[in-house]
Design a protein around this ligand. Sequence first.
Ligand SMILES: *Cc1c(COP(=O)(O)O)cnc(C)c1O
Length: 412
Amino acid sequence: MVVDWQTLGEETAARVAPAWLKVDQLVLANTARVLAAFRECRVAEFHFHGSTGYGYGDEGRRTLEAVFARIFEAERALVHPSIVSGTHALAVALLGLLTPGDELLSPFGAPYDTMEGIIGEQGGPPGSLASLGVSYRQVDPRPDGNPDWPAIEGAVNARTSVVLLQRSGGYSDRPPLNLASLGELIGALRRHKSQLIFVVDNCYGEFVETAEPLVVGADLVAGSLIKNPGGGLAPTGGYVAGRADLVERVAARLTAPGLGGAVGPYPPGWRLHFQGLFQAPHAVGEALKGAVFAAGMAQSLGLVSRPVWDAPRTDIIQALDLGRPELVRAFCRGLQGASPVDAHVVPEPGSLAGYGGPVIMAAGTFVQGASLELTCDAPFRPPYTVYLQGGLSSAHVRLAVREALEAVCELI
Ligand SMILES: *Cc1c(COP(=O)(O)O)cnc(C)c1O
């Protein structure tokens, strides 16, 4: 397929300009929210110092948690460098809240791939919810993408105690759950059974709308600091935020009962966590502009984009249906080749802990695996969809997406 890439790039930028303007408004609103939290919590230079040993009395960590709590409108937040990923944050949340005999309900399809190991099945893996006697029930969305209300109400029983809702669509073709839809699901289920605890997997969702899921009734949110709220600068970590009593239970699971969130040393210091959080609305805005541009350009080439470029968004993921394994490989190689780090590396599908089948990924990032930096992943299986996310600079996303799509168009 022969394409005039220069013209296509310019035309795409002109066409998506109205969507970029909306992103600018979002960034302004969220930056105001973050700035207000920093001021109210009186963030000061000495909060950037690290701590050693137990990490008792670490004012940096305590203040970072206070800032998170304000931004997320949470009673309490746990922000820890020893939470290594989003999966880990969700694992400690679920393992901290569910007790033997309880049932976990996922009312809107399968959760993210890496949750499979946490949920487990009869016989393993060791330490999974299943191995502790916690059962799991799932209701899939209807084919039209809406919740299957009768099935959801039928799935709630005396043992159902925690409901897991995932804001982003993950590696599936189900639509993401925006705040309005989350609120509707939570409200309806709570009317059905008032004691339910709602946990939202907030990965990739932070700062994509002007509020976070606790505002629409969630009890706890969890996510990764090498995604949106780290702003591309936090070197590691994860967070859990929400009702104070629930955060306390999760903290006890993360460290030890009785110690909870009182400990947690971080010798390098917290400057990058604070700076990253402050930059996060802007960085998420750059990623969103990149996603909008990628969708616009892909649509011009006749590819199916989910969401389409001008649709409202609640996460930063841009899915592009390529349909054939060699096109997925070409896209990932093109994107990797346009990365600032490891551009010479050639991605191959391979297995990765927590993911069922082979996956191919492009990630030329400064922080290992950080996916608020420009990355793409694709489960190497039909329908051969690539999931593109991140980009700390929308200019970089434009350049890299063009190269990735060029590699694809050489084959079609
Ligand atoms: C990234 C992600 C996770 C967790 O992934 P990690 O790689 O462990 O951080 C969980 N759920 C969703 C929706 C995600 O996007």
